[in-house]
Design a protein around this ligand. Structure first.
Ligand code: PRX
Length: 632
């Protein structure tokens, strides 16, 4: 079943084959999975509509590949280790057989509550095993899961529930996050005041609280599973049936539901997991992401479990009870592959080396990063203090829309250079385009990062709005998938991701559209208009800087700032709080009314002396005022 590439030479030859004969390349990989009925055709596609289909005619259920097919050889192998928020609490472990039984039991509970193939189920959960179990249980019966990160507000959740027309919500009383406990069921109740599609809410009791339970609608997880069989036949799915929807931000106000499907997502997440992390049979692998984001979907749940790996899931945060928590968990469970975000590395680096130096970290073999560019200083600290100069760092570039890792090193088999993600995986035809959409063939260049041929886990559509998918990803450059990122290609062909070239801000590896935050700010009664930009932030990568125009300049700025922040928290969640809010008399606009964000970005970056040409502005005086009042 191994899909692994074992040397750089093998990488190079596989890469070549994959570009020359993509169907043959993917066919060989896909054949190693368990299909209920073989597919008739590997791929059919055009990027105009777009219409992309993989493994056409194939019938399968991804959970048979995640669970059933491992039972014979790996029934007693650990599938999942769960480490709680508080190190004093006991951890939990599930073998493949135990996980199979839990998933089947909950799948039967879902069916018993009226969930059928194709129904949408929203999950708003803590990082507990039940979250992974619920995802897999949905997939088992052909229901479509849509996980909403538990930091989103009631308004944001209601938007997602309504967009997906979800029939059920699965949640918990609340969650542990470091020293805090955060209510979840209360937020769900608030969201559901504005949702008509939800018939049932299943509540997992995580904190022992007694939340409001609405008669006829809400039931406890333990009651839902009581007496359910631990076997549940897997629903037969078409390769192209939807596995899940995951909402992500774009450059317009409304988050979009990225759709992934059973067949292609299965093949790509397993293939990329095994190659990037070079997982070996007895290894323990740990990805610190939250399952509310794509990284958790692909590289805590599906990729590792499809590969028969032991995957570790962590409930807590990196700094509780102290900044050594990650390293303590690595030693405690003898973690071999460790995958985290640059923002976490920077935050821990700032807490002092002593927290990492007191752990042996002997078991580590491969380190990974994801979500944003990693700066040189953080890379070096990670390499030196965590990897002890013996572990390769795989800097993995990818997106919610790509489903899996696209550009990255493959364990120790690839050349490595700090701040460079590296080479595209075999099967990923990455190119750089210039302003006019022409491919740049040479090296030592910068351009717009695009992909020329589909890969199995490419986004299929944006749920309920295919045109939006076409416009966002396939219309900028005809015949290419446009990533929204700019990149540099070095002399040796390695890629370095520079960052977004659209109106998307990446805060601590979380994506927000500037329009989405502006809409939230403008919902406040004080604000007339606003413009949001990102600025370099030492720990978060980017911070959010908001320029706000009010009817009258607020007399108490701190009070007004508090109000604006409150609106953002209410509309989106605490994760989208602007760090800096500057009240301004007007925004720099062109004569056609377009906000000149370039100027606002420069001011936020503290480079007001490099504003460039402002002569096309409607009212150049506005800029002078903004520069004077800029927040350092
Ligand atoms: O700008 C890139 C950045 O994160 C964006 C995708 O965000 P999201 O869909 O939330 O997925 C994050 C986790 C896969 C990309 O367009 N990004 C992701 N990984 C990297 C990165 N930027 C630089 N280096 C990376 N390794």
């Amino acid at each position: 079943m191994s899909l692994k590439i074992n040397s750089f030479e093998e990488y190079q030859s596989k890469y070549k084959q994959s570009i020359e004969k993509p169907d043959a390349f993917w066919d060989k990989i896909a054949k190693s999975f368990q299909w209920q009925k073989d597919y008739d055709k590997v791929c059919e596609w055009n990027f105009e509509e777009p219409n992309v289909k993989w493994f056409l005619g194939g019938k399968l259920n991804i959970t048979e590949n995640v669970l059933d097919r491992h039972l014979e050889k790996r029934g007693n192998k650990l599938a999942l280790i769960w480490e709680p928020n508080d190190p004093k609490d006991p951890f939990k472990r599930y073998t493949y057989r135990e996980l199979y039984e839990k998933v089947c039991e909950f799948a039967n509970a879902l069916k018993n509550q009226g969930i059928q193939k194709g129904d949408r189920v929203v999950l708003y959960m803590p990082m507990v095993p039940e979250l992974a179990i619920a995802c897999l249980a949905c997939a088992r019966i052909g229901a479509i899961h849509s996980v909403v990160f538990a930091g989103f507000s009631a308004v944001a959740m209601a938007d997602r529930i309504n967009d997906a027309q979800a029939k059920m919500v699965i949640t918990a009383d609340g969650l542990n996050r470091g020293s805090k406990q955060v209510p979840l069921k209360r937020v769900v109740d608030e969201a559901l005041e504005n949702c008509n599609s939800v018939e049932k809410v299943i509540v997992y009791n995580c904190l022992g609280w007694e939340p409001n339970m609405q008669e006829g609608r809400d039931l406890w997880w333990r009651d839902a599973t009581d007496g359910m069989s631990k076997n549940c036949p897997a629903e037969q799915m078409d390769s192209e049936d939807i596995l899940f929807i995951l909402y992500t931000s774009g450059s317009t106000g409304k988050p979009k539901g990225v759709v992934h499907t059973h067949g292609g997502y299965m093949v790509y997440t397993a293939y990329s997991f095994q190659n990037v992390f070079q997982y070996e049979e007895s290894d323990v692998y740990w990805c610190t992401a939250d399952i509310g984001w794509i990284t958790g979907h692909s590289y805590i749940v599906y990729g590792p479990l499809l590969s028969g790996a032991t995957t570790l899931m962590f409930e807590g945060v990196p700094t509780y009870p102290d900044a050594g928590r990650f390293w303590q968990v690595c030693d405690k469970h003898s973690v071999n592959q460790f995958y985290t975000a640059p923002t976490a590395i920077r935050a821990l680096m700032a807490c002092g080396d002593e927290h990492v130096l007191s752990y042996s970290l002997d078991s580590l073999k491969v380190l990974g990063t994801v979500g944003e560019p990693i700066n040189e200083e953080a890379w070096k600290w990670y390499y030196l203090h965590v990897g002890k100069e013996k572990c390769p760092i795989v800097d993995t570039w990818w997106q919610t829309e790509t489903g899996g890792i696209m550009i990255s090193g493959l364990g120790s088999h690839s050349p490595m250079k700090e701040t460079y993600a590296g080479y595209p995986l075999p099967g990923i035809n990455a190119v750089l385009l210039d302003q006019d959409g022409n491919e740049i063939e040479e090296n030592e260049v910068e351009g717009y990062l695009c992909i020329k041929h589909p890969w199995p886990s490419i986004i299929r559509t944006t749920y309920g709005d295919h045109e939006r998918c076409r416009l966002t990803y396939f219309s900028t450059y005809k015949g290419y998938y446009f990533t929204g990122d700019g990149a540099k290609r070095a002399a040796n062909g390695m890629y370095r991701i520079i960052g977004r070239v659209d109106d998307v801000i990446n805060v601590s590896g979380h994506r927000f559209g500037t329009a989405e935050i502006e809409d939230a700010i403008n919902s406040n009664r004080l604000a007339v208009e606003s413009a949001v930009v990102g600025y370099p932030h030492e720990v978060k990568g980017q911070g959010i800087y908001a320029y706000v125009v009010c009817e009258e300049m607020p007399s108490d700025e701190d009070f007004a700032r508090g109000e604006i922040v409150e609106s953002v928290v209410k509309q989106i969640g605490k994760i989208a709080k602007p760090e800096k809010i500057q009240f301004v008399s007007g925004l720099p606009k062109t004569r056609s009314g377009k906000i000149m964000r370039r100027i606002l970005r420069k001011i936020a970056e503290g480079e007001a002396d490099k504003l460039g040409d402002t002569s096309t502005l409607l009212d150049p005086d506005v800029v002078e005022d903004i520069v004077k009042g800029a927040i350092k």
